[in-house]
Ligand binder design. Structure first.
Ligand SMILES: [Zn+2]
Ligand SMILES: [Zn+2]
Length: 359
């Protein structure tokens, strides 16, 4: 069975979907799956630079590409996340044979880097184009402790650029302005790397391939692991817990898998422990995973009219059992924003960790 995850469905991604789908079905396995991720919507301007039809305009990019894919390959399983990559459960990465990223910002690539390494995906193919130099780039990573990651070789200037470009934590970046043909070139190179991997097995090195359509030349660089890389390169070994997020309560999960002194982390996510009233600023207790589709619609009980919203001051990486109320322990995991294929970890005070893949 082959599963592909494609994140970003613009100039490169829209072309890549069409090239990868036939490769997945090539082995005749009806369980092959493709999962598409994009928070954005196609607008009329995209008709000039992306492989889409007028019919796609106004639709979410992941949903539009899934619709087309189902028409072309009725037996292929197609999943969608019309959201940012941060909202995709880590188990979706972990169950993929290949992750393709077609992103438009450094910050999004850093987020992808962390998730790809944590989940232990064997093959990550990152793509990019530069309209100015008519360049198409494909970078092939083979995640592991000793393997080079996206941040290996980054210096202070790269991290500074991360802050300057995205002062509000937004992952949005201006359009590349690249013609569709350049996106197709990058998509073709990426699909060919995956096809080679399927046919011949994994090649040894992580590498970057750049093709210049202006200078009619190409460059290949072998990437190296930087011992001083700021990223920890840690991979989680998650066991399948056989636990359905709709059936099991937080209290059940804690008694079955976590000791009383263990803290619980949702990998790739953060806990919200309180919500704040948007008008009177009163703080009210809550428990939810941020960005996992839970939208607070409840109103403030202090002023009666303000909406409760997340605040940066009430977010945590992990929560201890002592700070969870009896009512919250009785809630199903799905009520807390924990979704199917999420990976959660119980961390003991001595930092020994037990990671679980939920279903
Ligand atoms: Zn690194
Ligand atoms: Zn209020």
């Amino acid at each position: 069975m082959k599963r592909a995850l494609i994140i970003g469905l613009g100039n490169i991604g829209a072309a890549l979907v069409r090239l990868v789908a036939p490769l997945l079905r090539g082995d005749g396995d009806a369980r092959a799956e493709i999962v598409l991720v994009d928070h954005d919507t196609y607008d009329p301007g995209n008709l000039a630079s992306q492989l889409i039809d007028r019919d796609d305009v106004g639709r979410n990019k992941a949903v539009a590409q899934a619709r087309r894919l189902r028409g072309a390959h009725p037996k292929l399983k197609v999943g969608t996340f019309p959201s940012r990559l941060e909202a995709v459960p880590l188990g979706v990465f972990a169950s993929s044979d290949v992750v393709f990223t077609c992103l438009d910002s450094k910050a999004a690539r850093v987020a992808a880097n962390e998730r790809v390494w944590r989940s232990g995906v064997k093959l990550w193919i990152d793509t990019g184009v530069s309209a100015d130099g008519r360049l198409a780039r494909v970078t092939v990573y083979r995640p592991g402790d000793d393997a080079p990651c996206h941040e290996c070789g980054w210096g202070p200037a790269d991290y500074a650029a991360l802050d300057v470009n995205h002062p509000c934590g937004s992952l949005a970046a201006p359009s590349t302005g690249a013609p569709a043909a350049l996106g197709c070139l990058a998509a073709s190179l990426a699909a060919l790397e995956f096809e080679t991997d399927l046919r011949d097995g994994p090649a040894a090195a992580s590498k970057e391939i750049i093709v210049s359509a202006a200078a009619h030349t190409h460059w290949v660089a072998v990437l190296r692991r930087d011992a001083k890389c700021r990223f920890d390169h840690r991979t989680l070994a998650a066991e399948a817990a056989g636990v359905n997020v709709r059936d099991v309560t937080l209290g059940d999960l804690w008694s079955r898998f976590g000791a009383g002194d263990a803290a619980l982390r949702v990998e790739g996510g953060r806990w919200l422990t309180s919500l704040v009233c948007g008008s009177c600023r009163a703080v009210q207790p809550a428990l939810a995973v941020r960005g996992r589709g839970l939208v607070e619609t409840t109103f403030c009980t202090a002023c009666g009219s303000g909406r409760l919203v997340p605040s940066g001051f009430h977010q945590r990486d992990a929560i201890s059992r002592a700070e969870v109320s009896a009512v919250q322990l009785d809630l199903q995991l799905s009520r807390l924003g924990i979704r199917p294929r999420e990976i959660v970890s119980f961390i003991r005070p001595d930092l020994t960790t037990r990671s679980l893949l939920l279903s």
